[in-house]
Design a protein around this ligand. Structure first.
Ligand SMILES: Cc1ncc(COP(=O)(O)O)c(C=O)c1O
Length: 367
């Protein structure tokens, strides 16, 4: 029997998540000597040096299993945020935290409201859990539309997923919009607030979900993959009331985060120099790219994250291909309604940003 016939109904229709192309693959494909990857919103400055040092120092412990729930790291995070360690769960990346929340609380046939467009993994996770994704479009300028979200709630709604900043748009849900939604949602709805890029936000309209979760059905997901430069280690965390975390812990794989990842994350939290340098690189890179794109008369969506949604008007996949020829890896947006027009560009180092703008200018001029 064809294995496809044995696949669970919900999994049959899933389009696999397409990660950004690795640099080594492009170098080999095109016979290039160097290439830049600006496709996966990674930290272009590398990893926190204190994290790297902690990993080296912890190498002698690798014959041991990690402490499953990561008590030392949770203790440290609790201190940073002024909350309790029981209000924190660690995950193999924040993606695992999102996944654990659905696996714990979502019954088959229940609805999950997702913004459209958003991080494509959400829909895959919902389908995997036999839930029904209900997509609620953002406004034409990619801001959130809380009225539309409120109208999409039905008796079957179990979750509302919000990403702030949202991927791929870089837009946030404003403080007054989020607090109103949290106050007015029916009690059976759990809000998952994905704050993978929260540390980069500059807007005064932003509210940190960690200041709001107490007493609410709100799970905030954070990661060490972005600002701290530890995407390859896979470590993130969720913050919610102790009751929510306790339920999720029942199904958390016992050793879901590793000794190196726990040690590195803990050290990275104290690496103020690396954090400040990364934030400054993002701020100046953002301004530089805004100016360069405006000079090329290319529209973009102002961002609160470490990437920019760029509106090329047409031919986005073709232009991405031409950029790859020049050693610049970016990607068209996964969403079928947007993929011809938009690309999502990670803000890189000054050198990477310059090469991107130069390459784009050449491609558009000689198209
Ligand atoms: C909105 C959003 N959430 C979560 C993640 C995944 O983060 P992690 O590496 O912690 O699983 C990403 C990664 O790109 C993202 O864009």
């Amino acid at each position: 029997m064809d294995i496809k016939n044995l696949v669970k109904q919900q999994v049959r229709g899933i389009c696999p998540y397409r990660p950004g192309k690795p640099i080594a693959v492009l170098l080999k494909e095109k016979g290039l000597e160097r290439a830049f990857k600006l496709a996966s919103n990674e930290n272009p400055l590398g990893s926190s040096p204190l994290a790297l040092k902690a990993i080296k120092e912890g190498l002698s412990q690798l014959n041991r299993y990690p402490e499953g729930s990561g008590p030392a790291l949770r203790e440290k995070l609790a201190k940073v945020y002024g909350i309790k360690p029981e209000e924190i769960i660690l995950g193999n990346g924040s993606s695992e935290v999102l996944s654990l929340s659905l696996l714990t609380f979502l019954n088959p046939g229940e609805e999950v409201i997702l913004p459209e467009p958003t991080f494509t993994i959400y829909e895959i996770l919902v389908l995997m859990c036999c839930g029904i994704p209900v997509k609620v479009p953002l406004n034409p300028d990619f801001s959130y539309n809380p009225n539309r979200i409120a109208k999409a709630i039905t008796g079957k709604t179990k979750f509302l997923f919000l990403a702030s900043p949202n991927n791929p748009t870089g837009t946030i849900i404003k403080k007054n919009e989020l607090t109103k939604l949290l106050d007015e949602l029916p009690k059976q709805v759990i809000v998952v607030l994905d704050e993978a890029y929260a540390e980069y936000v500059e807007s005064p309209d932003f509210v940190d979900g960690i200041s709001l979760f107490s007493g609410k059905h709100l799970l905030v997901a954070r990661t060490f993959s972005k600002l701290y430069g530890l995407a390859g280690l896979r470590i993130g965390y969720g913050i919610a009331s102790a009751g929510i975390i306790e339920e999720m812990n029942k199904i958390r794989p016992p050793f879901n985060t590793t000794i190196p990842s726990q040690l590195a994350a803990s050290a990275a939290l104290e690496d103020r120099e690396f954090v400040a340098r990364s934030l400054e690189n993002n701020r100046t890179g953002k301004k530089y790219l805004y100016r360069g794109l405006s000079d090329l008369k290319i529209a973009y969506v102002p961002t609160e994250a470490n990437f920019i949604l760029i509106d090329l008007a047409k031919n986005a996949p073709k232009i991405c291909g031409r950029l790859e020829d020049k050693g610049v890896i970016v990607r068209p947006v996964d969403n079928p309604m947007m993929k011809e027009r938009y690309i999502r560009l990670t803000i890189g180092t000054p050198e990477e940003n310059t090469l991107f703008l130069k390459s784009l200018a050449e491609i558009l001029r000689y198209k």
